[in-house]
Design a protein around this ligand. Structure first.
Ligand SMILES: Nc1nc2c(ncn2[C@@H]2O[C@H](COP(=O)(O)OP(=O)(O)OP(=O)(O)O)[C@@H](O)[C@H]2O)c(=O)[nH]1
Ligand SMILES: [Mg+2]
Length: 345
């Protein structure tokens, strides 16, 4: 099962491309497109709520394994630049740079754009990504793009097999009630393997539940490995007990306040104690207040780009997480909103 996200410059042809890669299925502030043929199953996500909503981008990235960064003949714009900063902060490993609308450009100009993007992304997670020119009008490059997606998909899937034996965790992105069945949730198994009849807990509220049945791409299955997009019928909970962003797991930490070791993006602005920021982890987000900034155990008033600090944050919403989770901090009032990557201290 390959899960991709399409991001990049404004009006790059992202939504048109998503529509060519699958059938539209699910629409919230992200839109999903499904494709299944023989062994090949592809979920394509269009972050339709972005750029207005940072959360739409972060959720789309966290629900996918491979990013298609779309750059049109007009080149990189501030939106694509913000996407690159988000990819880098999240340590998003796998992706393809797609030079779109190739029917309106010519090879030399495409080569110039490729060199420019390569220069800007040198030393980032994007450094080793493949480049491909496509047009959804003339269909140039479309077959090659699909092949490339599945080639990268195989690498991702081999890596995911190493996660199958870890304790199971499922990130929930939708929860609803189905008459005659009860609570049904949609989400991603980020690690471990889940089985029908497994007993788990919904975090952060700590509600115990049982997995009644599992579906993958509308087919009933007995178990689902790491990386699967699943639909689950749940026993012991109602759909109102579970919100988007919840984690099904056996053990999660739950808190409103955190102390994080933060690495600020070199492209972020300074922030100060008492500033309000937004914290993202998995599919959850929470407004948080910066209560303390320390630089090598010395308290300071402000945090500067490109440096590392210990930061205390205070929120009002409970967040479920694991020690290894990556936290992202954003300032929604800035033009470039992504500020820092954080790990629990
Ligand atoms: N010539 C040409 N036009 C294209 C191609 N792909 C998309 N378009 C056109 O480009 C415009 C924008 O396409 P969208 O798919 O909406 O682009 P988008 O990146 O989703 O745009 P936003 O979500 O608004 O940022 C539309 O008018 C499309 O018909 C292409 O390959 N060639
Ligand atoms: Mg669009």
């Amino acid at each position: 099962m390959t899960k991709i996200v399409i991001i990049g410059s404004e009006k790059a042809g992202k939504t048109t491309l998503a529509g060519k890669l699958g059938k539209k299925s699910n629409v919230t502030d992200i839109t999903m497109y499904d494709y299944a043929k023989n062994e090949r199953i592809l979920t394509t996500i269009d972050a339709t709520g972005y750029p207005a909503s940072v959360k739409s981008l972060v959720n789309a990235l966290n629900l996918s394994d491979i990013a298609l960064l779309c750059i049109p003949p007009t080149g990189l714009d501030p939106q694509a630049a913000e996407c690159i900063i988000a990819l880098e902060l999240m340590g998003y490993e796998h992706g393809i740079v797609v030079l779109t609308k190739s029917d309106t450009s010519y090879p030399l100009a495409q080569e110039d754009i490729k060199e420019n993007v390569q220069k800007i992304t040198k030393g980032t997670v994007l450094e080793k990504w493949d480049y491909i020119s496509v047009s959804t009008t003339s269909f140039e490059g479309m077959e090659e793009l699909k092949e490339l997606i599945f080639t990268v998909g195989e690498i991702v899937e081999n890596r995911q097999r190493e996660l199958d034996s870890l304790p199971a965790r499922i990130l929930i992105d939708q929860s609803f009630n189905v008459t005659g069945i009860g609570c049904v949730v949609l989400g991603i198994v980020t690690q471990g393997t889940i089985n029908a009849k497994d007993k788990m807990t919904a975090y952060p509220t700590r509600k115990d539940l049982e997995i009644r049945s599992i579906q993958m791409h509308d087919m009933d299955v007995k178990s689902a490995p790491a990386g699967s997009r699943v639909g689950l019928a749940l026993k012991g909970v109602q759909s109102k007990d579970i919100d988007r962003g919840f984690v099904l797991s056996r053990e999660e930490k739950v808190t409103t306040d955190l102390t994080l070791k933060c690495i600020l993006s070199p492209l972020a602005k300074d922030f100060n104690t008492e500033d309000m920021l937004h914290l993202y982890v998995g599919l959850q987000s929470s407004p948080v207040r910066v209560t303390e900034i320390s630089d090598n155990d010395k308290k300071v008033e402000s945090a500067k780009p490109g440096r590392e600090y210990k930061i205390r944050l205070s929120g009002s919403k409970e967040i479920a997480y694991n020690t290894d989770d990556r936290f992202i901090l954003a300032d929604l009032d800035e033009k470039q909103r992504f500020i820092a990557l954080g790990y629990e201290q």
